[in-house]
Design a protein around this ligand. Structure first.
Ligand code: BGC
Length: 365
């Protein structure tokens, strides 16, 4: 719980009621009673393929946060299936959850679920992805335009380090149905467009990857490279897509010569950085995100409404949604160690045989 409270403070969350933030969450009021009306929380995560985070980080940290507060939670994963997403939601709603937290697979199906929950008197949280038109009670995420800016700046730094002249830059964007992908692109295009306009960089192919499907991302990039052999830099929107790009580059012996970006600080992404095939990733401290979302959910489950201090405007409904937006961090070869120091990945999983020497060289202990 302590960590949760720290995250709350870090995120600028404030309790409106005097007893709310440090209430009776000693873990004894988990169940149905004792006068307390703590309800169950349902969490639906999107898939296990588009990023390693959903199967590992988010599940682990959310579970820990709810357990520490003694609040019952049901965390399920829709495995990329929109019908399954709705079925899970229906099950949670009829099982009587008091709060529903979702990472939508697209805004349409996400909104249908949020509408149903609201009609059943259930409080809602958009976790990581804003559901357009969904009007959830809260939105908890990172500053996703800032994520994109870090990626754009990262690519510029790596191209500069390589002394690239007038490089052709390809953009491999996230899912067109994920509002985050739109925000990431807004961020990196704000850095890259002026470079295209000044003639420093040449705008190459620019394509979105449906559902962030990594394999499809590889196929799309393979085609980009076939049509444009001189691509000299790739803005890949996350580590999974970055790895797909690197696999294609490897076939042409171009890995390490064409900088590639990423996001999520996955073990694979960090290993790609250590060997020099990936230029950078963006680390989002998912523990903080999970803790902030859990704090809000726990408040809602107890019938409390907390203030977040931040808001976003839903571009579709124009509604103002109370939000927590955390700060992302760029990671290059010399700062991979920071991700380990933060406990997000362990040395054991990162520094396997092939990477042990590189880990030592880069101060990972
Ligand atoms: C998340 C990223 C993730 C991507 C694919 C985005 O909405 O913010 O962290 O890599 O989805 O799952």
């Amino acid at each position: 719980m302590r960590n949760g409270l720290f995250a709350l403070a870090a995120a600028g969350l404030l309790a409106t009621g005097s007893t709310a933030a440090c209430g009776d969450d000693g873990g004894t009021d988990t169940g149905s009673n004792g006068g307390s009306s703590v309800g169950k929380v349902g969490v639906i995560l999107p898939d296990t393929q588009s990023s390693a985070r959903w199967a590992t980080a988010d599940t682990t940290y959310l579970k820990a946060a709810f357990e520490a507060a003694g609040v019952p939670v049901d965390i399920q994963n829709a495995q990329g299936d929109k019908t399954q997403f709705q079925t899970i939601a229906d099950g949670m709603i009829s099982s009587g959850v008091k709060v529903l937290m979702i990472v939508n697979l697209d805004s349409g199906t996400g909104k249908a679920v949020l509408d149903k929950a609201r009609a059943a008197g259930i409080a809602t949280i958009d976790y990581d992805r804003l559901t357009l038109g969904g009007n959830a009670n809260y939105y908890v995420s990172f500053d996703n335009v800032a994520v994109g800016k870090l990626q754009g700046e990262g690519l510029v730094k790596c191209l500069t380090d390589m002394k690239a002249t007038k490089p052709i830059v390809a953009e491999l964007n996230g899912s067109p149905t994920d509002n985050n992908a739109t925000l990431f692109k807004e961020g990196y295009d704000s850095i890259l467009k002026p470079k295209y306009a000044s003639g420093d960089y040449v705008k190459g192919p620019d394509q979105s990857v449906p559902d962030w499907d990594n394999a499809q991302g590889g196929t799309i990039f393979e085609q980009m490279l076939t049509e444009n052999k001189n691509i000299k830099g790739v803005l890949a929107a996350n580590d999974g897509l970055g790895n797909a790009v690197i696999s294609v580059l490897k076939k042409q012996n171009l890995n390490g010569k064409v900088p590639v970006t990423g996001q999520d600080a996955t073990v694979q992404g960090l290993q790609n950085i250590l060997v020099g095939d990936q230029c950078m990733t963006v680390y989002k401290a998912i523990k903080e995100e999970a803790n902030a979302a859990a704090e809000l959910a726990i408040g809602l489950a107890k019938g409390e409404k907390k203030e977040t201090g931040q808001t976003v405007t839903d571009p579709e409904s124009k509604a103002t949604v109370p939000a927590v937006l955390l700060v992302p961090k760029p990671i290059y070869k010399d700062s991979v160690k920071d991700v380990v120091a933060d406990g997000f990945v362990t040395k054991a999983e990162l520094c396997t045989a092939d990477f042990a020497k590189l880990c030592t060289e880069n101060g990972i202990s």
